[in-house]
Design a protein around this ligand. Structure first.
Ligand code: PSU
Ligand code: MN
Length: 300
């Protein structure tokens, strides 16, 4: 099947050709998940973290209709500073390409584009998943279905705690997505260290995670989620989290927020309601995930 052209930064293409470690990074987190200007400094910082661990960073996004694995610095800035950069899930890639749009890629579209060109590890914050009112709204992130048929390792702090975590784990099981805890048997809870749910498998080192990725590759084409929890001392206070989430979900209903606007709305609601504490947790966990992803890529 002919595939749409994906542009690689030359350094990324060389690293892939010579088997050097490459780590994909997503851009929706940058464009829609974090306040400005921290979003741009984080985007650069994540690339520096990957380099410090001996890896080559490849931030993924769309520039003037071209899907890119390995945005240049000016392109990262364009996506971080742009005022109406659309959030592109997999189904949005084709229309955005056809109208030469810029765009920020979600976990789903980042994983897909990165895996297509041979990148095997990807770092993000928290996966999308089943929303709490999904029994009425059917709102389930395309992240889940895409990971079910995309062979890549995704280092994350679990799924966003604004979601129905139990239902999301059930869907990941149905979709045959492997879920590992990194040095824990508890599934991480994004802003919280522990989501309240257990995982069946645990790895204790980057080498062990790499062994699972290597074994998975010989078996079938689904993602391996590596859940890397925030340390308990760095998590958001669970009681504060509970209260803010309740208020945030009420605001979603009252203001009629729907579809792909819900996740960015709730993340920003948390920022405002926690006086920025949620942003500090989010920045910290994404940095930790980029570091671990680079260590795993090196161990491959
Ligand atoms: N992780 C974060 N912040 C984010 C996201 C992940 O720390 O903003 C983004 C990812 O791009 C993920 C998206 O794919 O949120 C989920 O959006 P939705 O629920 O609309 O599928
Ligand atoms: Mn959704």
């Amino acid at each position: 099947m002919a595939r749409a052209a994906i542009r690689l930064r030359p350094e990324v293409a060389e690293a892939l050709a010579s088997g050097q470690p490459v780590v994909a990074l997503e851009s929706t987190l940058i464009a829609h998940g974090l306040p400005r200007p921290e979003n741009l400094s984080l985007a650069h910082e994540l690339e520096a973290i990957v380099r410090a661990e001996g890896g080559v960073p490849a931030t993924v996004g769309m520039v003037r209709g071209e899907p890119v694995v390995g945005l240049g610095d000016a392109e990262i800035e364009r996506i971080a500073r742009g005022t109406d950069v659309p959030k592109l899930s997999v189904r949005d890639l084709a229309p955005a390409a056809a109208c030469a749009s810029d765009g920020a890629t979600t976990v789903a579209s980042t994983a897909l584009l990165a895996s297509r060109v041979g990148v095997r590890v990807f770092a993000t914050g928290g996966l999308g998943g089943v929303h709490r009112e999904a029994h009425e709204t059917y709102d389930e992130s395309a992240d889940l279905a895409t990971l079910g048929h995309t062979p890549i390792g995704v280092v994350c702090a679990g799924v966003k705690s604004i979601l129905d975590v139990g239902a999301t784990l059930e869907r990941l099981e149905t979709l045959s997505v492997t879920v590992l805890g990194y040095r824990t048997r508890r599934f991480p809870g994004f802003y919280l260290s522990d989501s309240g749910f257990a995982v069946d498998w645990c790895v204790d080192s980057p080498g062990e995670a790499a062994s699972v990725l290597n074994a998975q590759r010989r078996l079938h084409d689904a993602a391996v989620v590596i859940g890397n929890p925030v340390p308990p001392e760095a998590q958001l206070d669970p009681e504060l989290h509970r209260r803010v989430l309740e208020a945030g979900l009420a605001a979603v209903r009252a203001q009629g927020i729907a579809g792909k606007a819900i996740t960015p709305f709730l993340l920003d609601f948390f920022r405002a309601a926690t006086g920025g504490a949620s942003v500090r947790v989010n920045l910290g966990l994404v940095r930790a995930n980029a570091r671990l992803a680079a260590q795993i890529a090196r161990a491959l």
